[in-house]
Design a protein around this ligand. Structure first.
Ligand code: ADP
Ligand code: MG
Length: 276
């Protein structure tokens, strides 16, 4: 083959590879071609090597994109989480949930209850990051913000479309559900979201208040019961009953205040609890 033919091919390749959306091919082929020529690789080996790199980087780019769109709070990963502070939450248990698979496929839910500062949001976010690494899509929202969004969507007669748009997320993390108050107009939109995802798409909910206090969230008692019923039907429920990690950290920084505290009784509940 003449040198000119090779040069022409080399000049066309960047355009062709861009058209085919193969950026890794485009970046790596010159150096891999040199190696292939020097080591007399068969053509198939050269092609397979490039294709493998493209697939691997594509997966990495997808994961990076999903992490970006997830709006997960930065740094709140399992690596940064001290499971020893939560004796009732088995690390292995959570790492198993991070594999996704069965519970995500069935649209099951995770509910994290506990007072402020015990690590609910961190734990939820960490699970979100791990699921993204395993190829799932996750969105983290403050529930009050989401209710506002859904409310504007309803005003524009596009509530159903807005809820459907969230379907692309295998897991929707609704942080601080109990900060939603029915005085915030249209909390029934939140119920419609819960009903729409029921048995199809998973949700992870964090809340300071147990179910008994959820009457203040939804417009009426019937809707509260219906929402809780759908959420708990297929759910893993964790009650985190420890001292606030924030407070503990602050106390640890204040030498004079270092007083031993009686430990609170840890408990974990797997089965749905009694409805109010
Ligand atoms: P909650 O959502 O229950 O109010 P957060 O998840 O926001 O609590 O936790 C409060 C702060 O303490 C965050 O900065 C969080 O990263 C940190 N934190 C809580 N629990 C742990 C833990 N077990 N290990 C490491 N950091 C923790
Ligand atoms: Mg929180």
């Amino acid at each position: 083959m003449s040198k000119t033919t090779i040069a022409v091919d080399a000049a066309r390749l960047p355009i062709l590879l861009t058209e085919l959306r193969l950026p890794t091919f485009a970046r790596l082929w010159p150096s891999l071609a040199e190696t292939a020529d020097a080591e007399s690789w068969p053509a198939a080996r050269f092609l397979a090597a490039l294709a493998e790199h493209e697939v691997a980087e594509r997966m990495q780019r997808r994961i990076a994109r999903h992490a970006q769109e997830s709006r997960l709070p930065p740094g709140k990963t399992f690596d940064a989480f001290d499971f020893a502070a939560l004796p009732m939450i088995g690390k292995a248990r959570f790492l198993a949930l991070a594999e996704g698979d069965a519970w995500i496929d069935r649209g099951q839910n995770i509910l994290l209850f506990g007072p402020p500062g015990v690590g609910k949001s961190h734990l939820g976010a960490a699970l979100g990051y791990a699921l993204i690494d395993n190829g799932f899509r996750v969105l983290f929202v403050r529930t009050t913000d989401l209710v506002q969004k859904l409310q504007s969507a309803r005003q524009e007669l596009s509530l159903a479309a807005a809820i459907e748009k969230l379907d692309k997320y295998h897991l929707l993390i609704l942080d601080d559900l109990s900060y939603v108050q029915k005085s915030q107009a249209e909390t029934s939109a939140l119920f419609e979201l819960i009903a729409a995802r029921y048995e199809r798409r998973s949700m992870l909910i964090t809340a300071n208040q147990p179910f008994g206090a959820w009457d203040s969230i939804f417009p009426d008692k019937a809707m509260t019961v219906a929402a809780i019923d759908r959420l708990v039907h297929h759910a893993v429920i964790f009650e985190i009953n420890v001292e606030s990690y924030r407070r503990k950290a602050a106390v640890a920084r204040t030498p004079a205040a270092r007083q031993p505290k009686p430990p609170l009784e840890p408990q974990e509940i797997d089965a749905p609890r009694q409805l109010p």
